[in-house]
Design a protein around this ligand. Structure first.
Ligand SMILES: Cc1ncc(COP(=O)(O)O)c(C=O)c1O
Length: 462
């Protein structure tokens, strides 16, 4: 292992990084990114990378967008901070809330601003509990999410998340958070089971779970339209059209976690539009501001708002809010980002490039290391396996996913490995056709290097 640069050594001695083996990280050190332009980022050595993950599924408009920079600077000069507590307000929050209501995929009455996807989902849970109290249903409180879901890391959001590493030794999930089956046909369908039959079985499983728990105790179902951090899992055909009636039958609220899928990732403004379902409420974040600044929101239907009014009258105050929720600079940037999405038809154009992206992605299915390459719109997952026929994964300690990430970096491409050996792709929506080709050329070279590494006997394929 080459010695760490001065900056890298300072990093190792000062930061706790999310989502890394902190022990091995002391040897490897960080990849330090210094600047970005378009779909490219550059490290401290000046090496160029295609940002194949749009940061963390978020920099949809790419880097160096001067209009967003200007929107932030202008708002900072005018009013660098104002809050929304105790009846205070400001223009950017009002305008952004109006814009979000206008583009919402279902009727939305109000918008509640926060700063992260986790805060949005925590807020969703608090609202559901609060409004079921308002409605005289104090026992209807359990929340159902799905195995492999990712909804964030604050205590309630982590409880919704269905990934073992987010639970283990953190003493979550909290009681009252349940996880139903993961809609991943490749991994969890029975032999010969069609996508439709698998969806039917998952809906029956959800129904049985609610009945077992007692429908009077279950309040809501939350889902990402396409699961992201769980490994880019596209649900089987007819999944949501079968799941939603089960929720309706037992009077559950349906929450769409649009933190990744919102603002064009799947080729429609919201992911639920692509997947064909209508939630009661939505959580949004990330691409709302193209990640130039943090901002997130909960989109609240009128029926919920009415219940919040009941509680406010009873208690005297709606006791929830974040200091920086709806920060004027973040709101101004989000407004500008949405203006750009609409004015430049960013989402429609991304949808037009999606077939090329998906064709190159699915072509990876022919690669000896790839068990399943899957995706929709401009999101993709590449699941690596030790044996294609049996779908046998590599042993986790082999770290094949991390290897490919390293080889991809050598090739000038940033991708991520989640769940061990699923590579994820989610480039800026503004990526051009030529850049898509280049992204997959670089990824293919990385996969070939990994195959060579595997077959040259650095390890056995199991
Ligand atoms: C679907 C989804 N929900 C929630 C979150 C949590 O967002 P944050 O990291 O901003 O708290 C994420 C983060 O990746 C996400 O992908």
């Amino acid at each position: 292992m080459p010695p760490l640069s001065n900056l890298a050594a300072r990093d190792v001695e000062t930061l706790v990084h999310p989502y890394i083996n902190l022990a091995t990280f002391r040897e490897t050190g960080p990849l330090i990114i210094e600047r970005g332009q378009g779909v490219y980022v550059f490290d401290t050595e000046g090496k160029q990378y295609i940002e194949g993950m749009a940061g963390l599924w978020c920099t949809a408009l790419g880097y160096g967008n001067e209009e967003l920079v200007e929107a932030a600077a202008a708002q900072m000069r005018k009013l660098s901070f104002a809050h929304l507590f105790t009846g205070r307000s400001h223009d950017p929050a009002i305008e952004l809330a109006e814009k979000l209501k206008e583009i919402a995929p279902v009727p939305i009455s109000k918008v509640f601003f926060c700063n992260s996807g986790s805060e949005a989902n925590d807020t969703q849970i608090k609202l559901v509990w609060y409004l079921n109290n308002a409605r005289g249903r104090p026992h209807k409180k359990k929340i159902i999410s799905r195995m492999k879901a990712y909804h964030g890391v604050t205590i309630a959001a982590a409880s919704l998340t269905g990934l073992p590493a987010n639970h283990r030794d953190f003493d979550v999930p909290l009681p009252g958070f349940l996880h139903t089956g993961c809609p991943h046909h490749y991994r969890f369908a029975e032999a010969g089971e069609s996508e439709e039959d698998f969806a039917t079985r998952l809906a029956a499983e959800l129904d049985a779970l609610i009945v077992k728990e007692g429908p009077d105790t279950v309040a809501a179902f939350i889902a990402e339209p396409v699961m992201g951090a769980g490994g880019v899992i596209v649900p089987p055909r007819t999944y949501f059209e079968k799941i939603l009636p089960v929720c309706a039958k037992h009077d559950l609220f349906v929450i769409s976690d649009e933190v990744i899928c919102g603002f064009g990732r799947l080729g429609t403004t919201f992911g639920c539009e692509k997947l064909g379902f209508k939630p009661h409420s939505l959580s949004i974040a990330k691409a709302m501001s193209s990640a130039y600044l943090p901002i997130a929101a909960v989109m609240i239907p009128e029926t919920w708002y009415q219940a919040l009014l009941v509680e406010s009258r009873k208690i005297g105050v709606f006791g929830h809010g974040f200091t920086y929720g709806g920060h004027p600079v973040s709101a101004a940037v989000a407004l500008k980002a949405i203006e750009i999405y609409q004015r430049d038809q960013v989402i429609e154009k991304a949808a037009k490039r999606a077939p090329l992206f998906q064709a190159r992605l699915k072509a990876l299915n022919a690669h000896p290391l790839v068990g399943e390459a899957r995706g929709v719109g401009l999101i993709g997952g590449v699941e690596l396996v030790a044996d294609k026929k049996s779908k046998r994964p590599f042993l986790p300690q082999v770290g094949v996913g991390a290897r490919v990430v390293g080889f991809a970096e050598e090739e000038g491409l940033i991708v991520r490995a989640v769940m061990g050996d699923v590579l994820t792709l989610s480039p800026p929506l503004v990526i051009s056709a030529v850049e898509i080709e280049e992204l997959f050329d670089r990824l293919t070279r990385a996969l070939d290097k990994a195959l060579d590494w595997v077959t040259r006997g650095h390890l056995t394929q199991s």
